[in-house]
Design a protein around this ligand. Structure first.
Ligand SMILES: NC(=O)c1ccc[n+]([C@@H]2O[C@H](COP(=O)([O-])OP(=O)(O)OC[C@H]3O[C@@H](n4cnc5c(N)ncnc54)[C@H](OP(=O)(O)O)[C@@H]3O)[C@@H](O)[C@H]2O)c1
Ligand SMILES: *[C@@H]1O[C@H](CO)[C@@H](O)[C@H](O)[C@H]1NC(C)=O
Length: 376
């Protein structure tokens, strides 16, 4: 039986779903002669670590107990008296994770899984790579900060997986990597990488008002608590940057032209979320309706996409043919079209649910399993 030791950083929607998947897949993994051994879990304040990382792992019972505690809002530290575990707090967390990475990196190996939404984990991840550990990310931030950090993180390409950072569980990164390594040059990628904006843009075609559609999307739970966090395009821009860097562009986030769907005057520093939803949004209805109408007269539809072509990368509204994979998009799916020498007239298209704790965590788990050859 091959053991893959795992330390999970972040125990929110995705981190908890990952722990649950790990428990539920025991039987499946055993059939492949694999055992995932979770030795540590962090939230924003603490690290819970097994007593002896060489020999011990958390029981399934305890993993589920952590999930239950976190899902009712208790910090991990509230489980500190559960026996046979060590608890580290605040500044000690980083230090201890790096200790464990050093110890297991040169013996059994370790996968550090970043399911946080933090900028702060990058230091741990960089050290982990230096210490011969593997890393798996759902968190986009470490890959979308400094170019320097990105290059160090991916310097051992066999040791890092980040499939869930773009399109959640959809095999976007893997597909692009396969096309590139086959020597087939990719010259354009265009994608709708926000479930929220995909839904909003396709609903507009039926003649609905922008304000109605955004409010409906919020009601369906498709948006962030403040929908402006979707409408500003920054999440799409981070995904675009990850793809662009994968294609070899040496650019940073501030070099991507990002079109926000609301002006500064309607931003969080000018009005509350409630004000924005009740009256701010309405002031955009005519402007958006006009764009939708113009697109329609041209036989096109309007989509909010990322476009990477040559050395250019931008994010925003674009008219696209009705009868194209992106033009046919309905609802909250992600769609990505990849154009290369082989996929020139008929692009490689990847489509499906591009968000959700379950699919994202499943993508993370598949990434961990994909590293199995590096373990004994
Ligand atoms: N949900 C999706 O559909 C989806 C899809 C693709 C990618 N992602 C990405 O997956 C990541 C996780 O998403 P989520 O929805 O699970 O987020 P979430 O519910 O906000 O969970 C984030 C977790 O990270 C912890 N955390 C924050 N800062 C930390 C730090 N410095 N060190 C260690 N842990 C820290 C938080 O701790 P506390 O519990 O103490 O606050 C929380 O447990 C995000 O980066 C997100 O962009 C999510
Ligand atoms: C993901 O998990 C979070 C935290 O448990 C929850 O609030 C959210 O509704 C979940 N999202 C989905 C799409 O299930």
């Amino acid at each position: 039986m091959k053991s893959i030791r795992v330390l999970v950083v972040g125990c929110g929607g995705v981190g908890r779903q990952l722990l649950q998947h790990i428990v539920n897949c025991r039987h499946l993994h055993a059939k492949q002669n694999l055992a995932l051994r979770v030795v540590g879990v962090c939230d924003s304040r603490s690290l819970l670590l097994v007593d002896n990382v060489d020999e011990m792992e958390f029981s399934d019972e305890f993993l589920l107990k952590m999930c239950r505690a976190k899902s009712v809002g208790s910090p991990l530290a509230s489980l500190s008296d559960s026996g046979q575990l060590l608890v580290f707090e605040n500044l000690k967390v980083k230090e201890k994770v790096i200790d464990v990475a050093g110890l297991l990196g040169r013996s059994t190996g370790l996968v550090i899984v970043d399911c946080s939404a933090s900028f702060e984990t990058v230091e741990i991840l960089l050290q982990a790579i230096d210490l011969s550990c593997c890393i798996v990310l759902a968190n986009k931030k470490p890959l979308t900060s400094k170019m320097d950090d990105y290059e160090k993180l991916i310097s051992k390409f066999r040791h890092i997986r980040f499939e869930s950072t773009v399109g959640a569980g959809l095999p976007v990164i893997a597909s692009i990597t396969r096309v590139l390594t086959s020597g087939d040059p990719i010259y354009r990628i265009i994608g709708s990488l926000s479930g929220t904006l995909g839904y909003v843009m396709s609903e507009l075609e039926a003649g609905k008002l922008f304000s109605q559609v955004v409010n409906a999307a919020k009601g369906l739970g498709y948006t962030e608590p403040d929908p402006r966090d979707d409408l500003n395009g920054m999440d799409v821009a981070r995904k675009a940057l990850i793809i662009a860097r994968l294609l070899g562009l040496k650019i940073s986030l501030d070099e991507i032209k990002v079109e926000s769907l609301y002006p500064n005057e309607l931003g969080p520093s000018s009005m509350s979320t409630e004000e924005f939803l009740s009256r701010g949004l309405q002031s955009l209805d005519l402007y958006i309706a006009d764009k939708v109408r113009v697109a329609s007269l041209n036989g096109n539809v309007l989509r909010y996409v990322c476009m990477i072509e040559g050395s250019r990368c931008h994010v925003g509204l674009q008219e696209l043919p009705k009868d194209s994979p992106l033009g046919r998009l309905r609802g909250s799916d992600n769609v990505i079209e990849i154009y290369s020498r082989c996929y020139k007239n008929s692009p490689l298209v990847i489509q499906g649910a591009g968000a959700g704790n379950d699919t994202t965590a499943a993508g993370v788990l598949a990434d961990i399993i994909d590293l199995q050859d590096l373990f004994v």
